[in-house]
Design a binder for this molecule. Sequence first.
Ligand code: MSP
Length: 509
Amino acid sequence: MNAFYLTTPLYYVNAKPHLGHAYTTIIADCLARAHRQRGEQVFLLTGTDEHGEKIAQAAQAQGITPKEFVDKTSGTFHSLWQQLGISYDHFIRTTDADHIHTVQKILETLRPQLELGRFKFWYCVPCETSFGLTEIETAKAVCPQCQRPVQQTEEEDYYLPLEKHRAWLKEYILKNPKFIQPESRRNEVMAMLANELPALCITRPKERVSWGIEVPFSTTHVTYVWFDALLNYISALGWPDGEKFKLFWKETGAIHLVGKDIIRHHCLYWPIVLHALGIDPPKTIFAHGWWLVKGEKMSKSKGNIVDPGAVVDAYGLDAFRYFLLRDVPFGDDGVFSEESFVKRINSDLSNDLGNLVYRTLTMIEKHTGGKIPAGKQDARMMEQIALADAGTWKYLQQVAPSEALKTLWELIRWANQQVEENAPWTLAKEGKRQELEQFLYQLADTVRAILLLTWPFMPTAAESAWKQLGMSSDLAAERLPETLSRPIPIGQAIAKGTPLFPRIQLTAD
Ligand code: MSP
């Protein structure tokens, strides 16, 4: 059995989750479901990043301890993931005792390679990232990543020298073109590797930041939050000798989904830390773009947050998942607006998929007594289904959910077109009973296949339509591709419900 290991970033818990966080996690869920559906052994890891200065400040602002604060806010991510149908296998918190223990063990392992030094740098608290003195103009003093104010800091830290690993990493990236995707991000990382790499401070002095993992060999330092957080990808697997570490890291290799703002940490620091530990790099780091609102990155400080829970409450979970998965090619930036959302839902979900399911069930109700009529599988339809199956799977393996959905929609539109061309209502009027039944059988059989292919993207809608079609099996337990060609049972009673995706009227309409 093939294995598949997929991770999301660990989300900072200083603020409520927003659309950007939901985006990565929904893509991860869709991929995990698709791989499970193909019979693979999947491990989907997500969780929360709970240490560091920014979290300590947020807790202080509420007048509670950091631990009380993170216990409360981590729960909001947890419950949003339930609401969004995220089928994670493990939710890690960096304050978990197991994780803390592993981080300390890794610090001890790396101890002979660490040095103590005095550093002067710019520090961005929201990004929890340091920048060299020459990387930022003193007059401006803003973070090159998030444009928020940075502070100049001087402190003594333990550090891992990165420069001696630079040649290795450059060569590794050149030899493994799929390691960093898409290509634009790979080029960005190669540009970072063109110059000497600064040391990576892996501690912070307690006098400045006390909310962090204790450093076993220093009473005056805690662990730097990014060093602690990156290690989650192996601590959750039971590094160094856990069974999961063996299967999912050593044999399979990880796929990390990240936003483009954190490639420096994932594509430079992380592989080098692993290299220093004698561990292979992940298989792929895939960086997606940003969701923008009115041209700006959505973020708490800009006050332009789209609350995923509110969109789901207003328009339904499947519509929300579909929009995020379909609207932008993975890797590009996307623009969120209610207008574009409603337009896409009305055209793709109400007009295409919802309409196909509803009219199929309505015709079966009307012409064949609410039962799947007798018929045979049609070679041309089977061919279209096989094409959609191969296309969606190919694109999902390439982490291209938008392309996968485009391929699936070719089948849905083709099926709708078949209804127009075969005009079952005319067949009924003309009393062509056998032709009518054969056509409705084929149509129901195609809808069955479409629902199987739709499930990883919109599990709730697919499961509801599956039941309406009269299917008694658990859709989540069906395995592809075998089940795609299994004929729909003749005589099965359907249970038509309300349309899956009623047209949305914008208030301004
Ligand atoms: N805690 C770190 C990650 C540690 S991983 C070992 C972090 N957290 S974060 O909460 O700030 O961001 C997590 C992810 O959400 C990032 O990959 C980031 O790109 C993504 N997004 C945050 N805002 C976003 C948008 N506006 N659009 C799309 N994704 C965005 O960084």
